[in-house]
Design a protein around this ligand. Structure first.
Ligand code: FMN
Length: 326
């Protein structure tokens, strides 16, 4: 067990915020996979302040989760971020408010001067965090990258400022904004950040299995590990990490039957929270991930991508299962 401020987290495995993925439906699946803590996909502070219905709908269903959830905000204007954080605390009641200071995508970092663009201005980061910490009651955390580019790696300086401003934890994905997702995450930077602050540090980047999870904890001394891409189509990795870290349990292979059952459950969870059109769009990406390694999976994927309704999609999955004897 470890803590983010006064919030108790029951294990060291955290689900990464992922745009288009880390919504309450996916979090519910990860909760069933025993994740200790999960952070939502990035949510625009501007849109919250404007009461944008589509943005608010992204958070429907959080209240039904029993694990601690962090709602991740992005933005650049301190006053807007403060207002959005207050709104989220009052209306959504998350355990934690997380700030995105690492997103590299041009829409966020260039156009909105938010996400990783803030890494160029550590004073502003400190000002934003302080403002939010002073105005909400829940713990505030920040997710950062190692720096803007190779010449400007400043995660340690930024982490110290974040701690000084009163944040309760830091998550670090040790790639620069310029790297995007290329190259390797430099776990040494996680170690340096951990050594430079007293608040908990969540390490993130390139964990592909439970062995990597243990390695990151041992090599960097971080308090918890965060998993993103490796969970796509493979939420079982969460449980495997929890059980390996706690009981040294070696993971078993996931059967095709289990993959289909998970896919269908995932669809049900999405349908309970979203419109048919959105559920259909979202499940398609997940299906492509779940089908990796399934015989004739790419054929099924092509058929499923043509479907226009959930009924049609379910029928095609049923027929495919019958064909391959699942
Ligand atoms: C599809 C996708 C969407 C992402 N969206 C967000 C986001 O909304 N907020 C954020 O802080 N990071 C986001 N990330 C970055 C991840 O949280 C994580 O830092 C990164 O994927 C590295 O971890 P991994 O190697 O375990 O995937 C996203 C990553 C992916 C692949």
């Amino acid at each position: 067990m470890w803590n983010i401020g006064n919030v108790e987290i029951k294990n060291k495995v955290v689900l990464a915020p992922m745009a288009g993925v880390s919504n309450p439906a996916y979090m519910k699946i990860c909760e069933e996979m025993k994740v200790g803590y999960a952070v939502t996909e990035l949510i625009s502070a501007e849109a919250i302040v404007r009461s944008n219905k589509k943005t608010l709908a992204m958070l429907h269903g959080i209240e039904s989760l029993s694990i601690p959830i962090g709602v991740q905000l992005f933005g650049s204007n301190p006053a807007t971020l403060k207002e959005a954080a207050i709104y989220i605390e009052e209306h959504i009641h998350p355990a934690v408010i997380d700030m995105n200071m690492g997103c590299p995508v041009p829409k966020v970092a260039m156009r909105a001067e938010a996400g990783s663009a803030l890494l160029k201005n550590p004073e502003k980061i400190e000002q934003i965090v302080k403002e939010i910490v002073e105005n909400v009651h829940v713990p505030v955390t920040v997710k950062i990258r190692s720096g803007w580019d190779h010449e400007h790696i400043n995660a340690v300086e930024v982490a110290k400022r974040i701690e000084k401003a009163g944040a309760s934890a830091i998550c670090i994905h040790p790639r620069t904004r310029a790297q995007g997702y290329s190259g390797k995450a430099d776990w040494n930077i996680i170690k340096e950040v951990k050594a430079s602050v007293k608040i908990p540090v969540i390490g993130n980047g390139d964990i592909r299995n439970c062995y990597d999870a243990k390695k990151m904890l041992e090599e960097t001394g971080c308090d918890a590990i965060m998993i993103g891409r490796a969970s796509l189509g493979n939420p079982w990795i969460i449980k495997e990490c929890v059980e390996y870290l706690e009981k040294n349990k070696i993971p078993e292979e996931i059967s095709i039957e289990e993959k289909f059952a998970m896919m269908e459950k995932h669809l049900d969870y999405l349908m309970a929270l979203k419109s048919e059109k959105t559920a259909l769009l979202e499940i398609r990406s997940h299906i492509a991930w779940y089908l990796k390694g399934v015989p004739y999976g790419s054929e099924l994927k092509i058929e499923l991508f043509k479907t226009k309704t959930i009924v049609e999609l379910k029928k095609i999955i049923k027929e495919f299962k019958e064909r391959i004897g699942v």
